[in-house]
Design a protein around this ligand. Structure first.
Ligand code: ADP
Length: 309
């Protein structure tokens, strides 16, 4: 059932990403000249909020940016994606930034300065979520691993004794707090993260981990890149969601964020977890068709057309 009043609250990071292409990565002590970089919205919170808003769902981002040109650019781009920025805090710390160097083969080196993202106040977020709940239903709270572990530890309390469901994309794996993971419904991980939350070596096949993964959260979704996604629920057989085939992948940046934001939006719209993952897979596939993260996200019509094929 669709409730047009429903709001998804995204608690996460906002960055401005600067992309620079170099012929060869510089070695220590070396200087490399490159063409001027492109600046765009980034941070998993902002990207996932954008994907959620593209699905036509009221999306409020709880985040902190600096009082600087990057903060202004981030707010402008978020609004263009349809995200409600009314509750974003402007702080004295600079806006979080990622400096991304690509070489012609597509390999990259990334440096992140968290800046204002470290100042997110759980107490303030709690007040905002309570205020939003007085205005209408908040069926989904969506968060990512980029928050500080102290902040993440507060998330179970934010959704306890409420009608809100926590969708947690623990990317990167900054904490293995069992209470946090247990509160997630679903916990969304890629294959590397799935191994990491269990303390297993990177590269461990996900098939070897499904029995243990199934027990750590109310539900678990493992994204498998071009192989789609796997849904694990207690007492049920794993459900495989196939990827949507695309002829040519341009750039996979932000595909995981498109998947998570769309999944959260679809759950808020009353879809089942299977249908929400199917729409997430369509959004993830569409995000690989253009360069960049949020700028590559499709509209609700495009996602539904592909997801319902
Ligand atoms: P992450 O970027 O977080 O590692 P994935 O690479 O697993 O996440 O991608 C998230 C989702 O996006 C996948 O589950 C899949 O549905 C979709 N996706 C990613 N890469 C492709 C691809 N090459 N072709 C089709 N779908 C893709």
């Amino acid at each position: 059932m669709r409730d047009s009043n429903a709001t998804v609250v995204v608690s996460g990071t906002t960055n401005i990403d600067t992309f620079v292409t170099v012929q060869n990565f510089p070695q220590p002590g070396e200087t490399t000249i490159a063409k001027p970089g492109i600046e765009a919205l980034g941070g998993k919170g902002a990207n996932q909020a954008a994907a959620c808003a593209h699905m036509g769902v009221n999306t409020v981002l709880l985040s902190t940016v600096g009082n600087d040109p990057q903060g202004e650019l981030a707010l402008k781009q978020l609004r263009e994606h349809g995200v409600n920025t009314d509750y974003i805090v402007i702080s004295r710390q600079p806006t979080g930034r990622a400096f991304i160097m690509n070489d012609p083969s597509g390999e990259n080196i990334i440096i992140v300065t968290s800046g204002a993202n470290e100042l997110v106040s759980p107490a303030q977020q709690r007040e905002t979520v309570d205020e939003l709940r007085r205005q209408g239903p908040v069926p989904i709270v969506l968060a990512q691993g980029e928050l500080t572990p102290e902040h993440s530890a507060q998330l179970p309390r934010l959704v306890a004794n409420s009608d809100s469901r926590l969708v947690l994309n623990l990317a990167p794996v900054t904490t293995r707090d069992p209470d946090l993971m247990a509160a997630a419904d679903p916990l969304v991980l890629n294959e590397g993260e799935a191994a990491a939350v269990l303390g297993e070596a990177p590269g461990t096949p996900v098939e070897e981990l499904t029995d243990r993964l199934r027990t750590i959260a109310r539900s678990v979704v493992i994204t498998l890149g071009q192989r789609g996604a796997l849904i694990l629920e207690k007492g049920a057989e794993p459900v495989h969601i196939p990827a949507v085939h695309v002829d040519r992948v341009v750039d996979t940046t932000g595909a995981g964020d498109a998947f998570c934001g769309t999944l959260a939006a679809a759950l808020a719209q009353g879809e089942t977890l299977v249908d929400a993952c199917t729409l997430g897979a369509a959004a993830g596939a569409l995000a690989t068709q253009k360069r960049g993260a949020a700028v590559s996200y499709a509209s609700e019509n495009e996602v539904r057309r592909l997801g319902e094929e």
